[in-house]
Structures are given as structure tokens and as C-alpha cells.
Design a protein around this ligand. Structure first.
Ligand code: SF4
Length: 411
């Protein structure tokens, strides 16, 4: 018997020993060792197949196989051991596994609610007496008997429902709900792992990196190249960039093997109409940034749900509380390096032998458009050279989503 989603039913699956023959047409659950030895023949059968893992075998052992598995089972140990709960949550929340997550072995009735919350939906019940006990327990557990007990559905399921409900209230609410979901699920990951989850799992085909190809840009470009070299990378080519920046772009593209770098330029007709002499930056910097950065960014991001920026908290007071994941105009912005320090940046460049922007050795640290970028003196704020002598601090218009994004992307 099994308890599936709280209901007792016959178990149609067979958990096989490593030497037991496989009967055709019967759903089977095998050990990790047997799966590794026989996965090709097991996967070719018409019946579904599952794998069972010991507590010391995390789901990462079968990460590449999850699409072929209908069930992942965990053996509950005799002694108190929380790893199975963690493994189940990982499967559901991080790896989005939609098949059955089952447990067998020493499962206590008091563990039911917590197993349920962790995403376990099948519990093996050993014999008629145990089935009777579990049936009785389900009656008790069907009412909230602990003040802290909440809805008995698994937390991932509840979160996804909240996300769907938010979606009905519009793109902004949906993005906010997603930020909460992602922050909880992925907030602890390293920059590389967070990027991999976002690029491969959450936003496959709907995410882009916006890069200035400035002084620290090589870090994210290097990470992305290792995850998906075909990921769209957007450079806002304002037609006012330094030649060194364009050559640095070409060098990095070549060195890192990036295959989808897009240089988004301002609309030529609009430039002719609004900035015929090319001096708008001097007359009205906000209007110039709007024409040459904000509007092209909007075009570049059409069709994507999320984008990646290279902002960091140490870059100034305006970024001091920068979150790793945030919502912006219905999209998600990912800031994988938000908590990085200058030392970490330097270490990453050294460890991966990444080339520096050629203007750095000439005293430039935050590098944008040529007319609006100056060298900085020792001890000055990193962005002190941007729009020097003017009140302008950032690109674009803060009230618009695109300019907020630009503000924070280091462009
Ligand atoms: S940084 Fe300067 S030149 Fe570049 S778009 Fe903004 S105002 Fe224009």
C-alpha cells in the first residue's frame, strides 16, 4: 500500500533489488547503482521507471536523468536524519521535478506534515496494520491540530499558486511574486549557480545579459560563456562609446566564444531628428540618454522576461542595498554580483586570466560614453568620472523602468 497525497491506495510500483529480474510492463524503482548500470535498457522499457536514493545520495546524483524518471524515492533512515527532507525540497524547488517523490523505510506519522511540505507525495506503507494506523492518522491530520500547522499542501505548490494568482493581477504583481519565490529558492546560491538556474531552468530562451563591456564586465561574460555561450548579450552602442570599448567587446567575444552579442544602436531617424549635431549630451544629458540608451534598451528587451546586470553594492551609496533579484516593469532583474567586493572582482580576473579594459590603466574605472566619462583620481568614488561637473548621476529617467535598470546596470 501507499499513501498518495494523503489517500491510501494499492502500490502499482515494484522496488527491485539489484539482482532481481525486471518484468516487462511493470513500473519499477531501482537503486542508483542499478540505474547507472542499466539505465539504457530500463529507459527503453514501455513502463515508467524510478530511482531510490539513500540519505547520503543527494538528487544531484541523478540531475541529468530527471526527465526520464517518473519517481524518485528516498530511504528514510532509522535515526533522526534531516537529509531526506532537504533532498525532497531540492527536487521540487530547485530542480522542478514533477514526478512522484516517495519515501520508504522508517517513516513516522508525526513526520507526515513536514514530508508533505517538502514535496513528498507518496509514502510506502508496510502491511495492513500499518495501513490501518496511517488511515487513522490521516483522520487526525485532516484537521489542524497544531496552531502552527498550515495548509497541508507542499510549500512549493502553495508558492506557485500564489505566483499564478499574482499573474492574474498583472505583470508587476507577477514579477513581485516571482522575486519572492526566486529569492527564497535561489537566494543562497553562488553567482554562477544562480545564473545557471535562471538561464537553464527559470527563463530558458527568455533571458538576456545587458553588458557595458566596461571595466568589470568580463566577469559576467565569462560566467555566461561557461553556461550558455549563445545567450543573448546586449551592448547599448550609443554611437558615443570609446573605440577601446568596441575593441574590448571584440576581444572578449573572441576570447570567450560568445556567439550572440548584439550591439543595439539608437534609431538613426530619431538621432537625425533629435540630435542632428551630436551635441545633445551637452545640452540635455537626460534626453541624450533617453534617445541613445533607454529607448534602445526597451527594444532590446522586448520578448525577454528577465535580464542580468553587473551591478554591485560597493559601487556607491545608490546601490548599497541592491538586491540579488528584483522586479522591474514586469520583468525580473538578476544581479548575481550584488554582494561582490572589489577584492573578489580582482581575484576573479586573476584566477581566470581575463583581460582588463584597455582604458583602466589610463585611470578610467567606470566607463561609459566618451563625452561623459572622465578619469578618476586616487580615492575618488568609482563613478566620479561619469558626467563630471554636472548634476547628472545616472543614465536615463528614473521614473521609467528602463532608466531604473540602466541606473543599476553600470551602463
Ligand atoms: S552617457 Fe552621455 S553621450 Fe552617452 S547617452 Fe548619456 S548623455 Fe548621451
Amino acid at each position: 500500500m501507499i499513501l498518495r497525497n494523503g489517500n491510501l491506495e494499492d502500490d502499482g510500483w515494484v522496488r527491485l533489488g539489484d539482482d532481481a529480474p525486471v518484468e516487462g510492463g511493470v513500473p519499477v524503482i531501482v537503486s542508483l547503482d542499478r540505474w547507472r548500470d542499466d539505465h539504457q535498457s530500463l529507459a527503453l522499457r514501455s513502463a515508467p521507471v524510478g530511482v531510490f536514493l539513500r540519505p547520503d545520495q543527494p538528487p544531484t546524483e541523478i540531475l541529468g536523468d530527471l526527465e526520464r524518471l517518473a519517481t524518485v524515492a528516498f530511504e528514510m533512515p532509522v535515526f533522526k536524519d534531516g537529509r531526506v527532507f532537504s533532498h525532497a525540497r531540492l527536487l521540487r524547488e530547485r530542480y522542478n521535478f514533477r514526478g512522484d517523490v516517495r519515501v520508504f523505510g522508517h517513516v513516522l506519522r508525526d513526520q507526515y506534515l513536514f514530508l508533505d511540505r517538502c514535496g513528498v507525495n507518496v509514502i510506502e506503507v508496510d502491511g495492513p496494520k500499518a495501513a490501518e494506523d496511517w488511515a487513522s492518522a490521516m483522520t487526525e491530520l485532516s484537521v489542524v491540530y497544531q496552531p502552527a500547522a498550515d495548509n497541508r499542501r507542499p510549500i512549493p505548490s502553495l508558492r506557485r499558486d500564489a505566483f499564478d494568482r499574482a499573474g492574474e493581477r498583472g505583470d508587476n504583481a507577477k514579477a513581485d511574486a516571482r522575486v519572492r519565490l526566486f529569492s527564497h529558492t535561489y537566494g543562497h546560491l553562488s553567482a554562477q549557480n544562480l545564473l545557471a538556474e535562471m538561464i537553464h531552468t527559470e527563463f530558458a530562451g527568455r533571458i538576456a545579459l545587458v553588458s557595458s563591456f566596461g571595466s568589470e564586465a568580463a566577469i559576467l561574460l565569462h560566467m555566461v560563456a561557461g553556461i550558455d555561450p549563445a545567450l543573448p548579450v546586449v551592448l547599448l552602442d550609443t554611437r558615443k562609446l570609446f573605440g577601446e570599448t568596441l575593441r574590448y567587446r571584440d576581444l572578449l567575444v573572441d576570447r570567450l566564444g560568445l556567439t550572440n552579442v548584439r550591439s543595439e544602436q539608437p534609431d538613426a531617424a530619431e538621432v537625425a531628428r533629435r540630435d542632428a549635431d551630436g551635441m545633445l549630451w551637452q545640452r540635455d544629458g537626460d534626453a541624450c540618454c533617453s534617445l541613445r540608451k533607454v529607448e534602445p534598451l526597451e527594444r532590446a528587451l522586448s520578448g525577454v522576461d528577465a535580464w542580468i546586470t553587473g551591478r554591485k553594492r560597493y559601487q556607491g551609496a545608490r546601490r548599497a542595498v541592491l538586491p540579488v533579484i528584483e522586479a522591474s516593469a514586469g520583468r525580473i532583474k538578476i544581479n548575481p554580483l550584488a554582494s561582490w567586493t572589489r577584492d573578489l572582482v580582482d581575484e576573479y580576473f586573476a584566477e581566470h586570466d581575463l583581460p582588463r579594459h584597455p582604458l583602466e590603466e589610463d585611470g578610467f574605472r567606470s566607463i561609459g560614453c566618451m563625452p561623459c566619462t572622465d578619469r578618476i583620481a586616487h580615492g575618488e568614488d568609482l563613478r566620479a568620472g561619469r558626467w563630471r561637473g554636472r548634476s547628472k548621476m545616472e543614465c536615463g529617467i528614473h521614473e521609467t523602468p528602463a532608466s531604473q535598470s540602466l541606473t543599476s546596470s553600470g551602463l
